[in-house]
Design a protein around this ligand. Structure first.
Ligand code: TYM
Length: 329
């Protein structure tokens, strides 16, 4: 059995990008592997949330994880800040990571541009904290979307470098895991490349049916196909991409043909897309309501997950301390 780990930052609600890029792989893998799924609340500190934000959004994500089908009987589900061993490993990994390579990480450069008044050291060392999350359980597989590729490259570098410096094979090099053949990037509804957390661009798993329909009907399009078999402009390609993710192969083929013979009406296509999304989301939303209403149950699941996660991380940290030359008790 391989060890699998992945995480999500608690900033708002889970959206279809999180679901298709990551969570559905978690649900599949928990039946087959030794899985750790966590909520990355330390990572969310890079944007300075308030204490209430942290508590609420962590519980929200936990309820949404469970509603998607993550099962605490099968997988270890925990909150990052409940496992202090992570921080110790983060410190060691930072000692072997160079500011040049951290400065070249695209997400860092993007964030630094977006929040020029808050380019903090935590943001800069985000990839080493992520590497610590992964390596503390010596995970072999990490289910993530396309946007995490560079962070995963850094995690592999951290593992390799530690092993080389200390002439050990303690850390396996963690590999990206994709549900299908390749990394997935779920597009946004506003014509932007990626579904993110902003409202205009995003379908949240907790969105009511009518909200989903409204958002999809408002998705950005153009004047429609003008010449047969033409290449699709990016906004339209995104709509088709979305359909390829949530709809059946037959449905996709039907609308592809309509595009190719220039008879496609975006209104029809969007109606179908919304319908297929609603089918996926309705049962999940109902379960979200159910899980969210029971905070005692959520807290118990998190506490049990923390105990299991700490046990695994402590065993790794013991080896790490011994390897580096520190005392081990
Ligand atoms: P986060 O919280 O931004 O996203 C969580 C997961 O959802 C995936 N994702 C997407 N996949 C496809 N299309 C999209 N539009 C889309 N949007 C989000 C992300 O790829 C991710 O898998 N750094 C991580 C959290 C993290 C982590 C880790 C992940 C912290 N430590 C250790 C794995 C292992 C992040 O910010 O994800």
């Amino acid at each position: 059995m391989d060890t699998v780990l992945s995480g999500i930052r608690p900033t708002g609600h889970l959206h279809l990008g999180n679901y298709y890029g990551a969570v559905r792989s978690f649900v599949k893998m928990q039946n087959e592997q030794n899985c750790y799924f966590f909520i990355a609340d330390w990572h969310s500190l890079t944007t300075h949330p308030t204490p209430e934000n942290i508590q609420n959004s962590t519980r929200t994500i936990l309820a949404e994880y469970l509603a998607c089908g993550l099962d605490p009987e099968k997988a270890t589900i925990y909150i990052q800040s409940d496992v202090p061993e992570t921080i110790e490993l983060y410190l060691y990994l930072n000692m072997n990571t160079y500011i040049g390579e951290l400065g070249r990480v695209t997400t860092f450069k993007e964030k630094a541009r977006q929040q020029p008044d808050n380019v903090n050291a935590g943001l800069f060392t985000y990839p080493t904290l992520m590497a610590a999350d992964i390596l503390q359980h010596r995970a072999k597989w990490v289910p993530v979307g396309k946007d995490q590729e560079q962070n995963m490259e850094m995690a592999r570098k951290c593992a390799r470098r530690f092993n080389n410096i200390y002439k050990t094979e303690l850390f396996p090099e963690p590999q990206n895991y994709y549900f299908g053949a390749e990394a997935l990037k779920v597009p946004g509804l506003d014509g932007s490349g990626k579904m993110g957390k902003s409202d205009g661009n995003c379908i949240f798993l907790c969105d009511e049916e009518k909200v989903v329909r409204k958002k999809v009907m408002r998705a950005v399009t153009d004047n429609g196909p003008q010449t047969p078999n033409s290449e699709k402009p990016e906004v339209i390609a995104n709509l088709f991409k979305m359909m390829s993710i949530v709809s059946s192969a037959d449905t996709l083929r039907y609308f592809e043909e309509k595009w190719n013979d220039c008879s496609l009406r975006y209104g029809d296509m969007k109606k179908q897309l919304a319908e297929d999304m609603v089918k996926v989301l309705n049962p999940i939303r109902e379960r979200i309501l159910d899980f969210s209403s029971d905070t005692a149950r959520l807290d118990k699941i998190a506490a049990e997950g923390a105990m299991k996660a700490r046990e695994s991380a402590a065993a790794t940290l013991k080896e790490v301390r011994r390897t580096i030359g520190f005392r081990v008790y």
